[in-house]
Design a protein around this ligand. Structure first.
Ligand code: NAP
Length: 317
């Protein structure tokens, strides 16, 4: 009996230490109001993006849900309007897997919306396939689509400054790499479509987010626009939807015990978007609502510059 009690106490202590020490992130607390400000959140029909949009709407911002699926996005917009009482939450069509769609979103946005104060590049995929333009899915959506979108909206951000760009990256950027010859020949960061390749492509696309933020900050120096990248924590969302059923079944109990919910996952994004006084940290990487060091490749300025030039060519900027 006492052995059983010891085992239970040990298991509970292990859980508490692991959960509070590793998984539970910091919370962003601030009463900043956003009346009169406009924010775009990509991939905001679910997960971390929806939780981010909800918080921004609660603060009074006009929030554009930039999503690919009209039905899912209209439902999310309705939920957010109902929960916050803010009727300035609207859907605009954006499929980051199509450069044509990115251009038409930007054109539509610039024509119809006078302001842009916050651009939250949140959407992300981990999975197989190719974009409409033939790029690997993770590279095309997570990096290239957001790269083009940001560049097309920069002038508006500058006009409305002080304004911010927030790029949702991941801790996995540390495992990423960029093989430029492979990118030139296969339009992808990896050479295959296995689960392992998808994981590698995802990590590498998240390295691209970190490098893009770094080079963007260099180019924006002296303007009123600042930018940040971040790891949101380990969050229970639909990100792993492309996993097989048995992989999802294996992950599910662990995820329920340890992973944060989407609201918890939105905290560092909100910190980067709203925290006063972080402007001198433009280009840097955050986690748990605090500045963090990036992996070695994420600090490589020459790599960041080269990625920018290649991305300009690939998007036809
Ligand atoms: N969850 C985690 O533990 C974790 C950890 C580190 C980083 N992140 C990052 O956090 C961000 C949000 O992920 P999440 O966990 O909230 O995942 P999620 O629940 O799967 O949400 C991803 C969002 O991206 C959208 N999206 C995917 N492809 C798109 C496309 N081609 N065009 C426009 N939107 C597209 C999805 O739209 P649909 O619903 O239409 O597919 C969805 O709204 C991602 O950048 C992810 O890499 C997550």
């Amino acid at each position: 009996m006492s052995l059983l009690l010891c085992l239970v106490a040990g298991a509970v202590s292990f859980y508490v230490i692991l959960y509070y020490g590793v998984f539970r992130g910091a919370r962003y607390s601030s009463s900043v109001k956003l009346k009169g400000k406009t924010a775009i959140v990509t991939g905001s029909n679910t997960g971390i993006g929806k939780a981010t949009a909800l918080d921004l709407a609660r603060r009074g911002a006009r929030v554009i849900l930039a999503c690919r699926n009209k039905e899912k996005a209209e439902t999310a917009a309705y939920d957010i309007r109902r929960e916050t009482g803010n009727n300035q939450v609207v859907f605009m069509q954006l499929d980051l897997a199509s450069l044509k769609s990115v251009r038409s979103f930007a054109e539509n946005f610039l024509k119809t919306e006078p302001r842009l104060d916050l651009l939250i590049n949140n959407a992300g995929v981990m999975g197989p396939g190719q974009t409409e333009d033939g790029f690997g899915m993770a590279f095309g959506v997570n990096h290239l689509g957001h790269f083009l979108l940001t560049n097309l909206l920069l002038e508006r951000l500058q006009k409305c400054g002080p304004s911010r760009v927030v790029n949702v990256s991941a801790l996995l950027h540390r495992l990423g790499s960029i093989d430029f010859p492979l990118l030139a020949s296969k339009k992808d960061l990896v050479s295959g479509q296995s689960t392992w390749h998808n994981f590698q492509a995802y990590s590498s696309s998240k390295l691209c987010n970190v490098l893009f933020t770094r080079e963007l900050a260099n180019r924006l120096e002296g303007t009123s626009v600042t930018c940040y990248s971040l790891h949101p924590g380990v969050i229970y969302t639909e990100l792993c939807r492309s996993m097989s059923l048995w992989q999802q079944l294996l992950l599910s109990p662990f995820a329920k015990l340890f992973f944060l919910d989407p609201e918890g996952g939105s905290q560092t994004t909100l910190h980067c978007a709203l925290q006063e006084g972080i402007e001198p940290l433009s280009g840097r990487y955050f986690s748990s609502c605090a500045l963090q060091q990036v992996g070695t490749r994420g600090r490589d300025d020459a790599l960041a510059k080269k990625l920018w030039e290649v991305s300009e060519r690939l998007t036809g900027l």
